[in-house]
Design a protein around this ligand. Sequence first.
Ligand code: AGP
Length: 608
Amino acid sequence: MCGIVGIVSNQSVSKRLIEGLTRLEYRGYDSAGIAVINGQGIKRRRAPGKIINLQHVLDDSPIDGTCGIAHTRWATHGKPNMENAHPHQAGNVAIVHNGIIENFKPLREELARKGHVFATQTDSEVIAHLIQYFLDKAMDEESAFLACVERLEGAYAVAALIGKDNQTLFAARHGSPLVVGFGEGEMFVGSDAFALAPFTKRVLYLEEGDSAVVKIDDVCVRDKSGEEVTREIMTASISAVMAEKGNYRHFMEKEIHEQPEALARTIAAYMDPETNLPLLGDAAPFLRDAERLVAIACGTAYLAASVGKYWFEGLAGVHVETDIASEFRYRTPALPKKNGTALFISQSGETADTLAAMRYCNRAGLDTIGVLNAPESSIARETNAIMRTLAGPEIGVASTKAFTAQLAVLAMGAIGMAHLRGSLSQADTQIHLMALETLPELAQQALTVKAQCEAIAPILATAKQSFFIGRGVYYPLALEGALKLKEITYLPAEGYAAGELKHGPIALIEDGTPVVVIAPTDALIEKTISNVEEVAARGAKVIAITDEAGAEQFKDSTKDIIILPDMPGLTGPIISAIPLQFLAYFTALKLGTNLDQPRNLAKSVTVE
Ligand code: AGP
């Protein structure tokens, strides 16, 4: 996904456009650009790669004005290079876009037939030409903008400058988020409230199909029918300071360390202090009455769903179907005709695949619950209920505190559902909740394995391929450990069910192949130990993540044993994620990759 910022002000905007853009760089960093409108028309500067490159261009060749737009790109159509960088310009129009214009090819052909010459391979450029086309038909700026938006199909959050000196921002959203910010003597547009946090916390969220004409002291919002509407002005909950690295080297390192407090906030939100029973809020009836659950997500969030499956099925006795969002709706899933509840787990609440799957389930008549870190997101606005993760802003592209917070919410949901349905007694419910209440302390203790993980990291950094294995609830953790390593070190890694290795993948084990096994003491540890012996016998370099009791059992297979505190109830998979995060982090640190913004990735993928 891409990041968009716009400012219309009584002061110059260039510097603050870059400041806002920098807060959106986690959304994409293939190229960046800025356009301002001043007495001499629209001026533009762009650069490939990260925003610092654009800053250098501006240092050499500054532009400024009191109305401007800026963009940081995650390439969908067209190479991540200079000519495809936004803003795109056509005549007296400059635009920045996040999303995919699905009908850009026919529009491009139609406009080319009318003499428009395209300079890029992108879908987005067609927006600038289409606005200019309507201007050429003597429409005023707002009419030309709305006529263009009418013709667009697909997903877009778009901001435009139109004319020679029109101090106005034109904005519209469909499928990609866009907020309008209210300042003192200035107004803003941005992809999210986080980008505008240094300037204002007063924002309104444009809804699907909304367009906005934003002037220095006013905004006019129209809904998809063209009717003028009022959208609520809210105070965004994101403080600018929450998004700084502080004295950490990376956002990822900071966010790993924020897990005790993130877990404390999250658990407290679901605990009734009087009764010590779960508080599930609006989600309660949809869980209580569900005959079947469907849990859909992408990436790490999908792995959280996969852990949740064990808990909902084990405690509440309800069948849970999990699937990755990009596959789910294309396989004609057999969905429950009644009393079906679908969970959508998402840190950003904007992941296009998850959003599309949620809409599919809405249309199929399921009750939908969003497990979300962004309560104002698109998924939040379209589900029947949300269960918030209170992880705070997660800037590192690799999900850490959001993942463990998702697990905590799913654990609370499973316990709460079991209690509501009588499959857990009140006493057992309270025992489970007391275990979850120890999560912040357990996470704090788990952070102490940091130095040991740093010492072990070179084993992973120098291997051509690593394996992560686990059984039961630790199988999705193995997949998560492999995903973390892959996405920030670019090293090949496979997550596998420990019992499955012998059915083929064990052929890949050779002398020194690192095998990370996640196996705190549980009913399956003996079987996992056998699987570890099978790979150790073939030369694997075993790295064990376990607890005190488990360490005793691993000491014959390896000396690299990462010992976690005893983890009661459902806390095991949540706490075991921390050493996996550290192993990936220090391996990436050793390799020198850009671990907060790994190549080819973006924090939230808002295109399918
Ligand atoms: C997590 O480390 C990854 N960056 C990625 O898999 C992420 O979990 C996935 O894209 C889903 O994002 P979401 O939680 O915002 O929907």
